[in-house]
Design a protein around this ligand. Structure first.
Ligand code: GUN
Length: 296
């Protein structure tokens, strides 16, 4: 039987409606509008598309977005100065630096200059450390989106064999930690893994985030597995994107599968919105602009 296709656009839409309601409530009770600052350095075409999508998504739920376009020649100091100014602004609750940065920029120095309470991407080392002990200030958006998709489909992770293909700092490693905190048994595979299929076949939940089109084929997947494809690969000479999973083959064997596009992608942006709204709510609670009701 063919797998159920998880509709990331529909789930993202439902979460965004809930977020729009939280934004309205916050505005009514405190007068505060959540704000996200997005810094984009250089002219990587894909990054421009991602940033435009993030700004559109902000507008959809009522978050104010502030965009800073910096030249490809920007220095680390210039970026850090811009971030310090944003850290001090009351109308900015999230600061996001679009990656990758130009090669002359010290990425770690830039990310560490973001105020932890505004680190809605979850890339600051304090946040990364929080993730290790299960107490992130903000969970990183793509892994958070994967967990939200599973939760919406009613797929539990406790005690399940989870295999993550890809050990990046943005997806594979944080997702492995978050799955562990959900009591899954986790294996993380990467480019040096020998005989990838021996691991992927063990997976009850298989998450593929390798950036290799068509890497996972039907014979690498156990019957009834849940397959989540995080890959976004542009097809050369076309505007089409494909994932890391051979969708048509694997869907004949899996129980659930995410498509590309329309699976994990819309959830990543949605979780960024969620972190930004949460940040604004926390800021209002700290400042006293929002009172915790006595019955809460
Ligand atoms: N570049 C690719 N993915 C991401 C992401 O999730 N956040 C940021 N800031 N940059 C990225």
């Amino acid at each position: 039987m063919a797998a159920r296709v998880i509709d990331g656009n529909a789930i993202a839409g439902r979460v965004r409606e809930e977020l729009a309601a939280r934004v309205r409530r916050l505005r009514e009770r405190s007068g505060v509008v959540p704000g996200l600052a997005v810094l984009l350095a250089g002219d990587d075409p894909a990054s421009h598309v991602y940033v435009r999508n993030k700004q559109r998504a902000c507008a959809q739920v009522g978050i104010a977005s502030f965009r800073y376009d910096l030249p490809a020649t920007v220095t680390t100091a210039e970026l850090v100065d811009t971030i310090h100014a944003l850290n001090g602004r009351d109308d900015v609750h999230g600061v996001l630096v679009q990656l990758p940065l130009p090669p002359q920029v010290g990425m770690r120095q830039v990310l560490e200059s973001i105020e932890v309470a505004k680190d809605v991407d979850g890339f600051h080392l304090y946040n990364v450390g929080g993730l290790v002990v299960g107490e992130p200030v903000f969970p990183p958006c793509t892994p958070y989106g994967v967990l939200e998709l599973l939760a919406h489909e009613g797929i539990g992770i406790a005690g399940r064999n989870v295999v993550v293909v890809g050990a990046s700092n943005i997806v594979g490693k944080p997702l492995g930690l978050m799955m562990m905190h959900g009591d899954a048994t986790v294996s993380i595979c990467h480019a040096k893994t020998r005989d990838l299929a021996q691991f992927t076949r063990l997976a009850e939940i298989l998450v593929v985030a390798a950036g290799v089109p068509g890497l996972v084929t039907a014979e690498m997947v156990q019957t009834g597995a849940v397959v989540i494809d995080v890959g976004i690969n542009r097809v050369p000479g076309s505007s089409r994107v494909v994932g890391d999973v051979d969708f048509d083959g694997v869907r004949q064997k899996a129980s659930y599968i995410t498509p590309v596009p329309g699976g994990v992608g819309p959830m990543t942006v949605t979780m960024l919105l969620k972190n930004t709204v949460t940040s604004a709510e926390r800021s209002c609670l700290r400042s006293g602009a929002l009172k915790v009701p006595r019955w809460a």
